[in-house]
Design a protein around this ligand. Structure first.
Ligand code: MG
Length: 188
């Protein structure tokens, strides 16, 4: 049964190892640091968690299904592409983002000085006002893989909204759009 609710919430989480010789890219921003995140793509843990949160909110699975990490076309890929394509996919389904709340877990580097740049970057990628995007940074309190600076993790929560069609077949139009990745019929 499809519930006639104009909101959907989604969460995303990701972790990547820190390794020497890799660039550190968080939220599409290159950060000066002696180590970067290892991964098949550019390993932007923030954009991966964001993509997963958006896919999850729309009931579209996960980033691994959309962009398999054993597919050579995504080797060293710029993860902004994952966000832009997912945003377009949600838009085709009639979804708009209400807000995005991001928590980055990193013992190092200190993220206080770059949080504003990451916020601006995400707002640009998502075509949102900066007021709709929040960035929080936490250390690992020197405990576990985050606290030992072996990895950086990120958690993202997003809220989506779209009009619920007011016509008698509105619900079936919403369901059809979800099944077929087609635009939602707008209410007259
Ligand atoms: Mg990832």
């Amino acid at each position: 049964m499809t519930i006639a609710c104009p909101y959907r919430i989604g969460s995303g989480h990701d972790t990547h190892r820190l390794e020497p010789g890799r660039p550190l890219i968080l939220g599409g921003i290159r950060i000066d640091h002696p180590r970067g995140l290892a991964g098949h793509s550019d390993a932007d843990v923030v954009l991966h968690a964001l993509t997963d949160a958006m896919l999850g909110a729309a009931g579209l699975g996960d980033i691994g299904e959309a962009y398999p990490d054993d597919d050579p076309q995504w080797a060293n890929a710029d993860s902004t592409r994952f966000v832009l394509e997912t945003r377009a996919r949600l838009s085709r389904l009639g979804w708009s983002l209400v807000n995005v709340d991001v928590t980055i877990f990193a013992q190092e580097p200190k993220l206080g000085p770059v949080k504003a740049r990451i916020r601006k970057s995400l707002a640009g990628l998502l075509e949102l006002d900066e007021a709709q995007v929040n960035i929080k940074a936490k250390t690992g309190e020197r405990v576990g893989h985050i606290g030992r600076a072996e990895a950086i993790a990120c958690q993202v929560v997003v809220l989506l909204t779209r009009p619920v069609a007011a016509t008698s077949d509105g619900l079936s139009a919403v369901a059809a759009a979800e099944l077929g990745d087609r635009p939602v019929a707008q209410a007259p």
